[in-house]
Design a protein. Structure first.
Length: 365
């Protein structure tokens, strides 16, 4: 389905309730950091079908989803993959309510599933429940949540790769350096990883200088970030580059730039991708030059295959990361990309059926 481009000023009306990289309504630092195990990105599923693989495997999906096509695409990719393998998905979606997610996790435990998948969630509330599931012998797969139990499989985007790719592009397009407005929040594991890469980038590239920092993580991230950004950018009129650590922050920065009449003189670089992001990147005069991202449908499918394998009794690693791709404004315009389906056709490397794939797990249609 094709969509008309949304003007930047409308972006605040279509914000996600929660980020595609972490959820919750607070930016307090979690008490438990993500598992420190090294990522086993060379891990492959066994060629032989495990004895535990069967039709009707029950997969409990305990989610913290939000408004926006990222979560819809992730969920569709996950569900279609599980169902293609003969599994059944029982979804428990807290929709931004952290205490409700704990209750829903309890409901999932009572349903006696073959595996529990946690799609985002706060460490303080989820880690005790993950421990409880593991103690009961239920395999757990966690996507983009700060977990401490290394008996669960932690899957995430490769946040170092995401930040590294987009910062490399930022440097390539600005060879003489520049004045950066940095848009991020602290206390969220994936964003903290991206921040570490950014801080090293500043040390390694002294021609780039941070002149402003803003960002607000809330139920209205883009709108609240725009409010902070308008004031911050007004105090830093020499800004000519914006680096935003995920797409809702980038949307807020775009609004703030327009409010300060700075869009024509600033280049924006972000992380993550969705149909709404593509529309913003390709509209006339957009300063959003590039983003680094994975395909949420593909990521959901990877999690679905991991869930089926874990439910079937395969011994899974503690940590696995999904590499990112660079997506430029020039590519989107050149290939006439208007939505995620167009992007998948333009960048087939976004689809990785061999990752967590095996001949005994049928591909999703």
């Amino acid at each position: 389905m094709k969509f008309k481009a949304l003007p930047i000023v409308a972006a605040a009306a279509s914000i996600l309730l929660m980020t595609a990289c972490s959820q919750g309504t607070t930016t307090d630092t979690p008490t438990d950091a993500p598992t420190q195990a090294a990522a086993s990105n060379d891990f492959t599923l066994p060629d032989a079908q495990p004895e535990g693989f069967k039709d009707g495997l029950k997969v409990a999906l305990v989610r913290q989803s939000g408004i926006g096509d990222y979560f819809e695409q992730w969920g569709n990719g996950f569900t279609k993959q599980v169902e293609a393998a003969g599994g059944v998905v029982e979804s428990y979606d807290a929709r931004g309510d952290n205490s409700k997610q704990v209750t829903l996790f309890n409901d999932a435990l009572l349903s006696k599933p073959d595996v529990i998948v946690v799609d985002h969630g706060l460490a303080d509330s989820m880690n005790p429940k993950i421990d409880e599931a593991v103690d009961q012998g239920i395999p757990v797969v966690v996507y983009d949540g700060a977990i401490s139990n290394e008996k669960a499989l932690y899957i995430s985007q490769d946040d170092e790769s995401l930040a590294g790719k987009i910062l490399d592009q930022l440097k390539e397009e600005n060879p003489d350096g520049g004045n950066i407005a940095y848009v991020n929040v602290s206390g969220i594991a994936p964003l903290d990883t991206r921040d570490t890469v950014y801080q090293q980038f500043l040390k390694d590239n002294p021609t780039f200088k941070q002149v402003a920092k803003f960002g607000k993580y809330s139920e209205s991230t883009a709108a609240d970030t725009a409010t902070e950004g308008a004031a911050a950018l007004k105090s830093a009129p020499d800004t000519n580059i914006v680096f935003a650590a995920y797409d809702e922050l980038a949307k807020g920065a775009l609004i703030a730039l327009r409010q300060n009449n700075m869009s024509e003189n600033v280049k924006v670089y972000g992380v993550d991708i969705s149909t709404a992001d593509i529309q913003l990147m390709t509209e006339d005069g957009s300063p959003w030059r590039a983003t680094a991202a994975t395909d949420p449908t593909n990521v959901g499918a990877i999690n679905g295959r991991a869930a089926i394998a874990a439910a079937a009794g395969v011994e899974m690693p503690s940590k696995f990361t999904i590499p990112a791709a660079l997506i430029t404004q020039d590519l989107l315009i050149e290939k006439n990309v208007a939505n995620m389906d167009d992007l998948r056709a333009a960048l087939p490397e976004l689809n990785t059926p061999d990752v967590m794939g095996a001949s005994w797990i049928p591909a999703a249609k």
